[in-house]
Design a protein around this ligand. Structure first.
Ligand code: ADP
Ligand code: MG
Length: 226
């Protein structure tokens, strides 16, 4: 028992440390990327190829931070009752510009009195990872619809896209660490998301059809606002 408690405390210290390191590392990564980009524009031949690899690896490092620790706060996770519409206001602020950049459109329809129990940063991380995948799956005239409503004792959130979709094999591998079909993917986003939702006593399932689109369905136990 004693051992287990210590292990848990160690894990908390490690994840706090990771969160603060992520924040500190993101800026220098961006600055470095800028300088290498400059060199890359001037360079030629072999030099350019090496710099291109360096850029790709830098992007991989940023991708890991984004998938794992976008909202991570370097303090012990506090769990409270969260109002879903407030959380989604923040999520929208980040993702709508990202969708526009890809030529996509996002519609968000979150009912007013939906409450869930959890940690605000983690909840946002979970949905950003799901929705970012939808944005990345869009090609051209993409649309993403986010709907949240109450169904008996559940709060249901559905993220529906008309992106490229997945086949059975891809679907069955979702959440597996390092499974990614993208050249610059980390394959860590959904692993983190499944874990966060599980800890919140929620469930996440995917329905998808190749060439048609994907739907992510999340269910949480409804929490009263008290
Ligand atoms: P990454 O985005 O870094 O590849 P994720 O864990 O976020 O890693 O996703 C794993 C894989 O699941 C993606 O590479 C993609 O193949 C597939 N996937 C997830 N969401 C969708 C979606 N909405 N539409 C199509 N494919 C998806
Ligand atoms: Mg992803």
């Amino acid at each position: 028992y004693n051992n287990r408690l210590q292990r848990h405390e160690k894990m908390e210290i490690i994840s706090e440390l990771a969160a603060s390191v992520a924040h500190e590392v993101r800026n220098p990564l961006q600055v470095t990327r800028g300088f290498i980009q400059l060199l890359c524009e001037k360079g030629d031949g072999k030099e350019k190829a090496y710099l291109q690899y360096a850029l790709e690896e830098l992007d991989r490092a940023s991708g890991i931070i984004t998938d794992f620790l976008t909202f991570a706060k370097p303090q012990l996770d506090d769990v409270t009752v969260l109002r879903l519409s407030d959380e989604f206001e923040h999520i929208e602020g980040i993702l709508v510009p990202m969708a526009h950049l890809q030529g996509g459109e996002i519609r968000v329809d979150v009912e007013d009195d939906l409450y869930v129990r959890g940690n605000s940063s983690k909840l946002k991380q979970a949905f950003v990872n799901i929705i970012k995948n939808s944005i990345e799956a869009l090609n051209g005239e993409g649309k993403i619809e986010i709907r949240a409503y109450r169904e008996l004792d559940d709060v249901v959130v559905r993220v529906i896209d008309n992106g490229h979709g997945m086949d059975e094999d891809e679907l069955s591998r979702l959440g597996e660490p390092y499974f990614s079909s993208k050249t610059k993917g980390t394959g860590l986003g959904l692993m983190v998301t499944f874990r966060i939702i599980e800890v919140m006593q929620g469930r996440l399932e995917f329905i998808s059809k190749k060439g048609v689109g994907t739907e992510a369905i999340v269910r949480f136990p409804y929490a009263s606002s008290e």
